[in-house]
Design a protein around this ligand. Structure first.
Ligand code: COA
Length: 551
């Protein structure tokens, strides 16, 4: 046993970095390369690896401390020949941390050096066994990732196991050819169990590149999966939308820790450009990729690589004449994103219908004096609200949201309806709650109040949430019909255009009737066409004879 200092290795150009996590404590046993600290520069966060195997005797830094190359961050007792340089899948010869680790090994007395096997220039057979599984044992195999005859790299996943807490890939400690597979899916594995046989090439390839003298410490199958993040020369490349992913079937070069991270974040490694040696994907690449995808999604524009939809490239408009640019308001930007999200996610269909509102309008106009007394103006909107609430109760398949992730339909047991309000700042959709329980005057007062609040920018977030359905009325403005966009996650929206007198055939003659154009857009995943036609005919009947609203 000999005590050695744990020093900060070459930080790839970074001067001083901050300790953001201390990953070990006094008394911990570590393998060579196990992460000791996570440090962060302004460009990247990296894990500092242990220079050897042994027991931590002291950690001299804490979170928030600043460290630089050569600083001592702790002490450890080297564990004789048990640790050594076990850099099995070393396909990162350029990594400075690795070089440091190798230098350290050379400084050690001969007896602490790892058992190194002279290259025989041929191949040898190895039986790969299960490494330490982070405290788990008896974990079932859920996937075998290789087949007999496959040529694989060191660190390529061999099998995936799943405990009740986590899914882990067991990486190959060698590069070579897969021989007999000794396990099957469903088998339960513990440390030391035999996994498969491999033919390992002893010369050429990446292993020789990594070893200056053509000697390579023999990889040990019981090595723990290693951290992929090591100090590196540069920050990861930005994961922009310009990156062309490799052709299907191309092998992704990433270690188990990175694969695990990608799985946790739902990132497709095949789409990520590796910034490590030999284009190896490192954790920072995964983080950068996820960040860029989120940014793209939030911006909702540009080249939406993830959705596979080509973006619109803007020409230089100034070549055609004078232009002025101004920043979008937050509301305009949010509306644009919502519209695009809904348009891209929802298969829209619009059902049209005309409702005869001649009698309804006579009744509404007759309420003028009563309205003046109450200080409330009765417009067609409260009738539309009431009719929609009745139709939603009759056809509850319109009062749902789809949870595609959980493969569930959320059926709402309440009827809250949003009304689209045109304001100088853009479109806002306040929500009237429990429309089915309210009378026409109450609805008239509430919709006028909410519309005014929207125009005065006084709406609270809660007043714009929880709608089951939306009405967008352009009737006060004009138009004969339009196709509104569903206010997702609702599944339908009613567009109302301007009522107009039309000749309607009564069986004997054409009668002048006031017809109200209705445009019901719906999410065809949730609602079928027949139900949409039913919904608009229910509306048309209710508005055609408002006495039925009382029933
Ligand atoms: N046909 C004919 N006239 C109509 C009508 C229709 N479908 N709907 C309303 N009107 C009339 C009203 O009766 C009123 O006339 P009056 O003053 O002679 O009585 C006039 O148009 C104005 O009505 P309005 O003040 O707009 O009240 P409303 O209750 O009908 O509508 C809002 C309230 C908030 C819906 C409406 O003001 C609004 O903002 N609409 C725009 C919504 C929008 O931008 N949607 C687009 C989403 S993409």
């Amino acid at each position: 046993m000999s005590e050695q200092e744990i020093k900060v290795p070459d930080l790839g150009g970074a001067d001083e970095v901050e300790v953001i996590e201390v990953l070990v404590s006094k008394g911990d046993s570590v393998e060579e390369e196990d992460p000791i600290l996570t440090v962060e520069s302004d460009k990247a966060s990296v894990e500092l690896p242990s220079p050897g195997a042994g027991k931590i005797t002291k950690i001299t830094v804490k979170v928030g401390d600043k460290v630089k190359e050569g600083d001592v961050v702790g002490m450890m007792e080297a564990s004789g020949d048990a640790g050594g340089s076990d850099d099995s899948g070393d396909d990162e010869p350029e990594q400075k941390a690795d070089e440091k680790a190798e230098e350290k090994q050379e400084e050690k007395p001969a007896e602490t050096k790892p058992a190194a096997k002279k290259s025989s220039g041929g191949s040898r057979k190895e039986t790969v066994t299960v490494p330490a599984l982070d405290g788990f044992d008896n974990v079932p195999i859920i996937e075998i990732n290789v087949a007999e005859g496959d040529t694989i790299e060191a660190d390529d996943p061999l099998v995936t196991v799943e405990s009740d807490k986590a899914t882990m890939e067991i990486p190959s400690p060698y590069a070579g050819k897969v021989g007999k597979i000794l396990v099957s899916e469903g088998d339960k594995l513990s440390e030391g169990d035999k996994l498969l046989e491999m033919t390992v090439q002893e010369d050429g390839g990446e292993q020789d590149e990594a070893s200056e003298e053509g000697e390579k410490p023999e990889p040990k199958s019981e090595d723990k999966p290693k951290s992929e993040d090591k100090p590196k020369q540069e920050a990861p490349e930005p994961q922009g939308s310009t990156y062309e992913p490799p052709a299907p079937g191309t092998k992704v070069h990433a270690g188990p820790a990175v694969r695990k991270l990608a799985r946790e974040l739902g990132a497709d490694l095949a789409r990520i450009k590796g910034s490590g040696p030999k284009s190896r994907i490192i954790k920072d690449d995964v983080h950068a990729y996820v960040k860029s995808q989120l940014k793209q999604a939030q911006q909702g524009g540009g080249v939406a690589t993830g959705s596979g939809i080509p973006g619109v490239k803007l020409p230089d408009f100034s070549q055609f004449g004078e232009v002025k640019r101004e920043a979008m308001s937050r509301m305009m930007f949010a509306t644009a994103n919502n519209m695009q999200r809904s348009w891209l996610n929802v298969p829209h269909v619009t059902q049209f219908e005309d409702a005869d509102i001649t009698d309804m309008e006579d009744f509404r106009k007759a309420q003028k004096a009563a309205g003046e007394k109450k200080g409330v103006k009765m417009t067609p909107l409260p009738f539309l609200l009431k009719a929609c609430a009745t139709a939603l109760a009759e056809l509850p398949q319109f009062n749902v949201s789809l949870d595609m992730e959980r493969k569930e339909v959320v059926r709402k047991q309440f009827i809250h309806i949003g009304i689209a309000v045109d304001t100088p700042n853009g479109l806002m959709v306040p929500v009237i709650r429990d429309v089915d329980k309210k009378g026409l005057w109450e609805l008239a007062a509430e919709s006028a109040e909410l519309a005014q609040k929207a125009r005065d920018k006084q709406l609270k977030p809660a007043e714009m949430q929880g709608a089951c359905f939306t009405i967008t009325s352009l009737g006060g403005i004009g138009g004969t019909a339009f196709t509104p966009i569903v206010n997702t996650p609702e599944v339908a929206i009613l567009g109302v255009s301007k009522a107009a007198m039309k000749p309607v055939w009564d069986g004997k003659d054409f009668q002048p009737r006031l017809m109200l154009p209705l445009s019901l857009s719906y999410d065809h995943r949730a609602v079928n066409g027949a139900d949409a036609a039913r919904f608009t005919s229910v509306l048309s009947q209710l508005l055609g004879d408002i006495r039925s609203l009382l029933l």
